[in-house]
Design a protein around this ligand. Sequence first.
Ligand code: GDP
Ligand code: ADP
Length: 311
Amino acid sequence: MGEAPAFFADDLQARFSNGFHLKLKDFETATVVGNKTYVIGGIDDPTSTGVRIFDKSIGEWPIVISGPSGVGKGTLINMLMKEFPSMFGFSVSHTTRAPREKEENGVHYHFTDRSVMEEEIKAGKFLEFAAVHGNLYGTSIEAVEIVADAGKRCILDIDVQGARSVRASSLEAIFIFICPPSFEELEKRLRARGTETEEQIQKRLRNAKAELEQGNSPGLFDHILVNNDLEACYERLKKILGLNGTTEVFALPMELSLSIIDEKILINSGNADQKIVLDLSSMKGGAPGRTRGLYMSTTGLHSDDVTNGNF
Ligand SMILES: Nc1nc2c(ncn2[C@@H]2O[C@H](COP(=O)(O)OP(=O)(O)O)[C@@H](O)[C@H]2O)c(=O)[nH]1
Ligand SMILES: Nc1ncnc2c1ncn2[C@@H]1O[C@H](COP(=O)(O)OP(=O)(O)O)[C@@H](O)[C@H]1O
C-alpha cells in the first residue's frame, strides 16, 4: 500500500522530445493547487485521460478507520488506495502478532517482538498503541510522517482504543466506524477469510461485541458505515471523504500537444484557457515513496490558484 506514483521524469523524457505527445493514462499523481486537488491521469478509460479536480474541502486530515475483525476495513481501504493511489497512504502499524501468509513486513505491518515494541513505546516513538486480541498494536509517529512527507492523506486502520487515543491526541482526524450488517454475517466473513485458527476466531468474535458497543456509542466516531453490500459501502465511504459527487473531470484529449521548456511540461488540450504546467524538477531526488509528486500550475484555468511554477 501507499506506493509512489508510477511516473518517472527520466522515462518520460526518454520517450519523446520537445513538441510531441504523451499518453497520460499510464500514471496517476495528485497535487493541491490553491483550493483544489488535481488528480492527473489514473482514469480507468482506454479512450481518454484527464485531470480530476476535487474541491479541497475533501480535507487533508488523516482518516481513522475502526471496526471489528472481519468487517471489511482492509478491503475498503484497499479499494480506496487502488482507486486513488496518489491521494492516500497507509499508516503501517507495528504489531507483535505473527504475519499471515500473504502479509509482508513493512507493507501490511511492521512485525516486531513485544520487548522491542515496549522499549520503543517507552522511548515515545508511538502516537498510540493498544493491546488487541492478545497482541500489541501501535501507530508510530514515523508511520504517519512517511505518508505526510509523500504529500498524501494518511489512512489508519486501528482499533477502538486506538481511535480513542488519537481523538485525545493533538492529531486532527476524521473517525469512521465500520459495522457488520449482523453478528452472524461478521462470523461468516471472518471464517471465510480463513486466516485465523478457531481459537483466534472465537477471541475476535468475543471482542467484537464490546467493539460494536463502543463504536456505536456517541461522541467517538464521526461516521458509522454498515458494510452490507461492499460496493454500496465503498460509495458511501467515498462520499464521506468528498470523493464522490464533487468530482469535476477536466478531460484532456488522448493525444496531447506538449511543449517542454527546461524542466516543465506545458500540456495544451486545444483550448487556450486550459493549459497545465507540470514541473518535472519536483520528481527528482528524495527516497522512493517519499516524493511529493509533480508540481503543477495552471494558466487560464483557475488562474488565481496558481501557486507553483513560473508560467
Ligand atoms: N490501536 C491500534 N490498533 C491497530 C493498529 N493496527 C491494527 N490495529 C487493529 O488491530 C485489530 C486486529 O488487526 P489484525 O490482526 O490485522 O486483524 P483484522 O482486523 O482481523 O484484520 C484491528 O482492529 C485493527 O484495526 C494500531 O496501530 N493501533
Ligand atoms: N460487504 C462485504 N460482503 C461480503 N464479504 C465482505 C464484505 N466486505 C469484506 N468482505 C470479506 O470479508 C472478509 C474480511 O474482510 P477484511 O477486509 O479482511 O476485514 P477486516 O480488515 O475488517 O478484518 C474478507 O474475506 C473480505 O473479502
